[in-house]
Write a protein that binds this ligand. Sequence first.
Ligand code: PEP
Ligand code: MG
Length: 320
Amino acid sequence: QKTEWAKLKNEPTVSKDGQHVELVANIGTPNDVEGVMNNGGEGVGLYRTEFLYMGRDNFPTEEEQFEAYKAVLEGLSGKPVVVRTLDIGGDKELSYLHLPKEMNPFLGYRAIRMCLDQQDIFRTQLRALLRASVYGDLKIMFPMIATLDEFRAAKAVLEEEKAKLVAEGTQVSDSIEVGMMVEIPASAVIADLFAKEVDFFSIGTNDLIQYTMAADRMNEQVSYLYQPYNPAILRLVKMVIDAANKEGKWAGMCGEMAGDELAIPLLLGLGLHEFSMSATSILPARTQIAKLSKVEMEELAAKALNMSTAEEVVELVKSI
Ligand code: PEP
Ligand code: MG
């Protein structure tokens, strides 16, 4: 099996009937870049920047962040890198950011909500990213976007920082794509409206599933409701992909589901363009996709969307 995988290390990802998709990696630090390259990653689909902020007792400076982003972009030698802006709150805390205790942290003050409120933190990160943008193919995405207003506000802050840097004579790439994570059901439902304004979507199923099913992703007592294959989830995923395609944008997925052997046939059939997963899943996934016909998976996905339960969908996928 390992030799079968290794053969595809430097190959593109192509289905049996010749359709291309991209297999990219989720990373947390610049140290993860080597694993991406060694496992044939076509880029980074999710760089979780919160690790830069965690395990220390003050905010990382613009310079520290710049060095980390530059290292990742250079390490990928021109391959695309999707950097997610700070997604703190929920289950991820910072000792030096004194956030009030909340009844429902996952529904509370986190990610883009905090960044738009405490803009000095956000602006420092955006400046570091913009300065690093000349070292590779940077794409920026905002986490936990619920409304168009939030996306517009975040993008406006980015544009302001870009204009400031340019005025100071700092080089900034002028081809940075700006996208969003779709991990809140509200944004999946109006993905058609978002698609007119974003450059891309990345579906965050880890959160999208917990919010759609109203089942905490950490709570074992309700884990039976955490159902990636529930037709409700598949239909939301389809809405997002269709909305992107209609506007000529691309849609990826960076939740755990994207690297799941059972999900890949369905996601291929739904028309997902970019699959972001742990680096070690990339070669197995590329091998799997090479054996699947996209046209046949479209039929499979269409059937799945009309099934009644997650179990039925799982049975269906296992039967291929
Ligand atoms: C997600 O929600 O699917 C996601 C990729 O983000 P995180 O797991 O970091 O919340
Ligand atoms: Mg998330």
